[in-house]
Write a protein that binds this ligand. Sequence first.
Ligand SMILES: Cc1ncc(COP(=O)(O)O)c(C=O)c1O
Length: 344
Amino acid sequence: MKKRRTDLNRNEIVQGPSPAAVKALRTFPVEGMNFYYDGYNGSALVPELSKKFGVPRDRIIVGYGAEDILRTIFDRLDPARDVVLLNELHFDYYHIHLHARGVRFHEFRLIPEEREFRFDVDDCIEKMRALRPKLVLVTSPNNPTGNVLSSRDLARILAAAPKDTLVAIDEAYYGFDDRYEAAQFLALLRRHGNLVFIRTFSKLYALAGLRVGYALCGRNVIPMLGYQGRRLGGSRVIEEVAVAALRSSAYYRNLARTIAKERDRAIFAVNKFAHFRAFESRANLFAVKVSPGAKAAVEKEMARMPSLVCKFYAPHLLRVSVATRADMDDFIAMMARADRNAER
Ligand SMILES: Cc1ncc(COP(=O)(O)O)c(C=O)c1O
């Protein structure tokens, strides 16, 4: 697969998808393309996800990326009545889409601790009680800060949430965290009908251009959303490739490990500089606090090296996507120069 230039701005996986996924795309039997999947609501991916995660088929939604699933949820909200609760410093698509639809949202606190960010779950619960939001949406691992919500904290949120509040966890960065509490989260999904996990093939699976995401739903989610499955079924091409990726566990386990190693190496290096503080992360991205005197120097460096442009998510919070070892070496060298040239 042709690699375009690295970009540390979009949280893509430059290493590319598994050989089996590439093969599925290259050798796709074109002769079958004139047919839908057999029967109604046909899908190769839903049964595969059901088997892998132990979630019934009729509680799985497949969409055109996680974006499509988020949109399905947002489009259900009534701007006249409904309120949404988000964590601070979230994926900007959320507020762009909510603004466009005129839906009000509030934020609960995300606290920068010494080593990593932490969701303020007490604040979330307090605001949930006061606002009775129709939707609570938490990103875990969070984009742009890389911190996660523990199963214990999610259980607390669910225990406090009104039953008609949808609790959605955007797990777009699922798969990078080797401490992910899979069994505990699935147990919560079985217990709480208003819980949904949203995931994508764009990040760990390195298939952003394929546009495919999915949601694992608690028993009430599909009725709450009034969601109608695709009667004529899914895309044969997309689903065949996604299934091949799902079956490539060893490749992706390795990829996740490689990325985690590069991420942690870059964080360690950046933390040696005087003007920056990098936060621990469980995703293929991390956040760096930039001192006010160093911001102009960082911007100047990024203007000189377009392939190393990272995104300022807040005035002094830089989000960095993790790429190859060579890219991260270039990034560390760039930060070293910015550190030297910062205003004292
Ligand atoms: C938190 C989060 N959710 C969802 C998405 C969108 O994913 P997809 O490519 O599947 O639409 C992104 C993309 O960057 C993201 O960061």
